[in-house]
Design a protein around this ligand. Structure first.
Ligand SMILES: [Zn+2]
Length: 60
């Protein structure tokens, strides 16, 4: 919603996971990282973590 970068399902899923579960508008990973005050790498690591553990239904 902040920039026009194309969003992958990972972007959508991590946004829902970390910000708002029922969100209908999303940020790309770069904007989300800035919004949360963390590094992009930290976001990517969380995506990988959720996917590998299968702990989150948003990551399939
Ligand atoms: Zn963006």
């Amino acid at each position: 919603m902040r920039c026009k970068a194309p969003l992958g399902c990972d972007d959508v899923a991590i946004y829902r996971k970390m910000v708002l579960r029922c969100a209908t508008e999303f940020m790309c990973i770069d904007c989300l990282a800035e919004y949360l005050g963390v590094s992009r790498q930290a976001i990517e690591e969380r995506i990988r973590f959720y996917r590998e553990t299968g702990s989150c239904a948003l990551f399939r």
